[in-house]
Design a protein around this ligand. Structure first.
Ligand code: SAH
Length: 269
């Protein structure tokens, strides 16, 4: 996409893929697309096929030990990774990987970028993953046909944390999994009309009492998280029990974001 000087400066995703035409895909639309056009982040695709072997540019072969399907060759992937060389971690989108989390996404957004390997078929020869110290990252406990959609999930989640990508940066402060929201799920959201098919917006949200609204949202976040994600709730209660300073710091963070919202009175996206 953009070339030269800019590459070194902005957060860059380099994507090794058999399907470069799948990019930017959905990332080219809306806020991520506008940010891409403005040069707030950069996208490079490295077409794996170009590094294939022989006249047919073969990239895969049958699995050692037998079995169904094909495996991407170590030598072909190695050549693509050398060509992709870029600062930041090399990640292989893979159902065997550590699950992608918001805290991982935050770390990635603060770095120079990522190199992402999109697998196809049965996956990638293990030796090239070891040689390049590749970390495996999963987008969930299910199997996709290829890593392209998973890579777009990771890039979307990361790029929206880059300053100026979102129109209203304050919306990041208290969303699900954010530090301002104590890593919990976000409270329910409502908008106009105030009465819809006999259903009302909770009174407190129309009261104009910001302290009461803040308290209601906190309580709802806790209720939803306990009900739907006991794992997140346990992680939060254990972290705050171990480190009371963190508790104070986190409630300070959410107070600040509340002040920020009240000052600007921006509508939430
Ligand atoms: N044989 C592999 C699955 C291969 S699926 C296994 O059983 O673990 C083909 C490709 O899709 C993978 O190489 C990977 O890049 C991608 N993929 C599939 N599911 C994924 C997931 N949950 N998260 C991230 N990438 C995934």
């Amino acid at each position: 996409m953009t070339a030269g000087q800019q590459d070194a400066d902005v957060w860059t995703a380099s994507v090794v893929t058999l399907f470069p035409e799948a990019f930017p895909g959905i990332l080219g639309l809306s806020l991520t697309g506008r940010a891409l056009a403005q040069g707030l982040w950069n996208l490079r695709t490295i077409p794996l096929r170009e590094f294939g072997i022989g006249r047919h540019r073969n990239v895969d072969d049958t699995p050692a030990g037998g079995g169904a399907g094909m495996v991407i060759r170590a030598d072909v992937m190695d050549a693509a990774l050398h060509s992709a060389a870029h600062p930041g971690p090399v990640l292989y989108m893979s159902p065997r990987g550590r699950p992608l989390t918001q805290s991982r996404v935050r770390d990635l957004a603060e770095g120079p970028g990522v190199t992402l390997i999109c697998g196809r078929f049965e996956g990638v020869d293990q030796r090239v993953l070891e040689a390049h110290r590749v970390q495996e990252i999963s987008v969930g406990d299910y199997v996709l046909t290829g890593g392209e959609i998973a890579a777009q999930v990771l890039i979307d989640a990361t790029v929206r944390l880059i300053p100026r990508v979102l129109g209203n940066q304050a919306s990041l402060a208290e969303e699900s999994f954010s530090i301002g929201n104590r890593g919990l799920l976000e409270a329910p959201q409502y908008t106009k009309p105030a009465l819809w098919q006999g259903r009302q917006i909770p009174d407190v949200l129309l009261s104009g009492n910001h302290a009461a609204i803040h308290a209601w949202r906190n309580t709802e976040a806790e209720r939803l998280t306990k009900q739907r994600r006991p794992d997140l709730w346990r992680a939060w209660t254990e972290a705050s029990a171990m480190d009371p300073a963190k508790d104070r710091q986190l409630s300070g963070a959410s107070d600040q974001s509340r002040d920020h919202r009240e000052q600007h009175k921006e509508p939430k996206r």
